[in-house]
Write a protein that binds this ligand. Structure first.
Ligand code: NAD
Length: 286
């Protein structure tokens, strides 16, 4: 979706941080914005900021962990603007703690917002994106934690890895329809996420708080994301410093395949040669 001007964006988690910055960057590109969040006071402040910048913006209460709430928000968006062109599944929460440390209730909360919140968003909004031929796009905010494993962030990594995989499947499914999909994978960004985070045994983590506070400006992250989605990029990385860790993981994947190539057990098995592995996975793309 190269041309954003005059089009409509629905953005979750828009009251704060990256969602607010994405609302501003899309608004500056001429989009009309429906800002959605559970924080109603924050939404009031956020929408006032956009209106002050002459952006055509509205706000709606929307809890992404509730299907009913998302349907109401979709209806409100159609009532306000008539169409939706850009769905931004950005709302997300941080459950921090290692395995055995975080309560199952907190695991569930993270999965319900970070994964199922996006699934709900796509199920409800995709028909609206498909309902016109003016170009549509879906942007999902994951994290660089969706591309690497971090010991103290098991629940968060689980949700963000799921979101990267989900987004990739969605990208291939919508390719022929011409609906673009991007996944945003930032490192630390200076937002409120550490304040609203839920923790394991340690009820607060001052190191995490400090790392988030020292993070990149949400405005920079959002501007790069909007520039990249216009170009149709799938992966959107914002933190050059995280490249090494991500590529290290891919080196370890490549190393595991080197081990299969070197394996006498696998190479000596006629059945493993008979299966056209590459063809089999390629068929699943359609
Ligand atoms: N801040 C970072 O360092 C960082 C890094 C990588 C990825 N992210 C991701 O960026 C996204 C935005 O987070 P942020 O850093 O701007 O945090 P933030 O806390 O500033 O903003 C998140 C917003 O989501 C809203 N929200 C929470 N639960 C919701 C729900 N159930 N329904 C609707 N809205 C809900 C909050 O009210 C808040 O306004 C998240 O998906 C997060 O995982 C953040």
């Amino acid at each position: 979706m190269k041309e954003l001007s005059g089009k409509v964006a629905f953005i979750t988690g828009a009251a704060s941080g990256i969602g607010l910055a994405l609302s501003k960057a899309s608004g500056a590109a001429g989009m009309k914005i429906m800002m959605a969040d559970i924080d109603e006071a924050g939404l009031d402040r956020a929408v006032a900021e956009l209106l002050a910048e002459d952006v055509d913006a509205c706000a709606v209460y929307c809890d992404v962990s509730s299907e009913e709430s998302m349907r109401v928000a979709a209806d409100a968006t159609l009532a306000a603007f008539g169409k939706v062109h850009l769905l931004v599944n950005n709302a997300g929460v941080l459950a921090k703690g290692g395995i055995g440390d975080l309560s199952l209730e907190r695991w569930q909360w993270a999965l319900d917002v970070n994964v199922m919140g996006v699934v709900r968003g796509v199920e409800i909004f995709l028909p609206l994106l498909q309902g016109h031929d003016e170009g549509s796009h879906i942007l999902n905010t994951a994290s660089v934690a969706g591309c690497v494993g971090l010991a103290s962030m098991a629940a968060y990594c689980t949700t963000k890895h799921a979101l990267v995989g989900y987004s990739e499947a969605l990208y291939y499914q919508l390719l022929e329809e011409g609906i673009g999909v991007s996944v945003l994978c930032p490192g630390f960004v200076a937002t409120d996420i550490a304040q609203t985070a839920r923790y394991g045994a340690d009820e607060f983590d001052s190191d995490l708080q400090a790392a988030v506070s020292a993070g990149m400006s949400p405005a920079v992250v959002a501007q790069h994301a909007v520039d990249q989605l216009r170009k149709g990029a799938f992966f959107i990385f914002t933190h050059p410093g995280t490249r090494g860790e991500v590529l290290e993981r891919f080196d370890s994947l490549a190393g595991a395949f080197d081990a299969t190539d070197a394996s006498e057990v696998i190479q000596g098995d006629p059945d493993s040669q008979r299966v056209a592995d590459r063809e089999t996975t390629e068929n699943l793309h359609s």
